[in-house]
Design a binder for this molecule. Structure first.
Ligand code: GDP
Length: 298
């Protein structure tokens, strides 16, 4: 991820490195190059515009014109603006004042929700919580079984409809799981919900119904970073259709150009909270905007 963008940016910085003073024309040319690099990396246009305007304005200000090494100063500004576009600070989970904290996961089928549920549960367990995984994705044929396997691997309890009980009602399963958590002393409930291959009203309604039933402290939208520009449209649809409080980037280990990762915070107005980087339960971490920016700048 980001390889092409990193290469492009280091080429751009290399071309101004030897220069003593930078004229406004030099800065405009550099900004144009950065703009192209971002567009080629599939970053959404409104994000590119905001980013470039900020960078240009700051580069024409005193910090660059007075600097002994203007190229260094521009790299510093680009780094800071990348951090800003990725959300600035790391946003931590919101825990309920009174347990259990309820975390609902939403997203398209295949985005990596169920895998993420297992990863988040394992991570919470390592942080001295006692999570309960809830299988409220009754749409995808093997989602319940997959969550049970992940729960077993993570050493975390799973609440699922009785085997053989038919399709069941996901809203009921989610509602009952809160009671189950109280009974068994779990302090965090992670509700995995059904996705579809594309946005559809029935899925949105179901997600809204589950949300209304369990009143979650967090609704995390899981986004497949591999699907580029489309991912961002999907994020907007979930923000408007269900309401989300945070984003999880999945499949950051892939070789996509990275545009979705760079756009989603700005487009949805919601923070990126976690990053998923592989199929194993350990391939998961809290999202740090500054580390991601450093990775992009190489
Ligand atoms: P769901 O339909 O949203 O619940 O998606 P799944 O959790 O079933 O994930 C879909 C596929 O993506 C599975 O084959 C997962 O193993 C894979 N997957 C999930 N997260 C990641 C990730 O971070 N990196 C990679 N490479 N694969 C992932």
């Amino acid at each position: 991820m980001f390889d092409a963008l990193s290469d492009r940016l280091s080429g751009i910085f290399e071309s101004i490195r030897g220069k003593g003073r930078l004229t406004d024309a030099d800065i405009d040319a550099t900004a144009r190059e950065i703009r192209l690099a971002l567009l080629e990396a599939d970053v959404a246009l409104p994000v590119v515009k905001t980013f470039i305007n900020e960078v240009k304005e700051r580069c024409k200000g005193a910090e660059v014109s007075k600097a002994l090494n203007p190229a260094q100063q521009i790299i510093k500004i680009v780094n800071e603006e990348l951090i800003a576009i990725l959300g600035g600070e790391t946003r931590r989970l919101n825990y309920a004042k009174q347990a259990p904290t309820v975390i609902m996961l939403a997203g398209l089928q295949g985005a990596g929700k169920t895998t993420l549920a297992g990863k988040l549960a394992k991570w919470l367990k390592g942080d001295d919580h006692s999570p309960l995984l809830v299988a409220a994705d009754l749409q995808r044929p093997n989602a319940v079984g997959q969550l049970q396997v992940l729960g077993e691997r993570a050493g975390v309890a799973v609440y699922a409809p009785e085997a053989g009980s038919g399709v069941g009602d996901p809203v009921q399963v989610a509602t009952d799981s809160i009671e189950e958590a109280r009974r068994k002393g779990h302090d965090v409930v992670i509700v995995d919900t059904a996705g579809r291959l594309g946005i559809d009203e029935e899925m949105m309604q179901q997600a809204r119904d589950i949300r209304a039933a369990v009143n979650p402290d967090e609704v995390l939208f899981v986004i497949d970073a591999m699907i580029g520009q489309d991912a961002v449209n999907t994020a907007e649809a979930f923000r408007d259709g269900v309401g989300i409080t945070g984003v999880v980037l999945s499949k950051l280990d892939g070789d996509a150009r990275g545009g979705a990762a760079l756009s989603v915070r700005h487009v949805t107005g919601q923070p990126i909270m976690f990053a998923s980087t592989g199929e194993k339960l350990e391939d998961f971490d809290v999202f740090h905007p500054d580390r991601m920016a450093s990775r992009i700048l190489g």
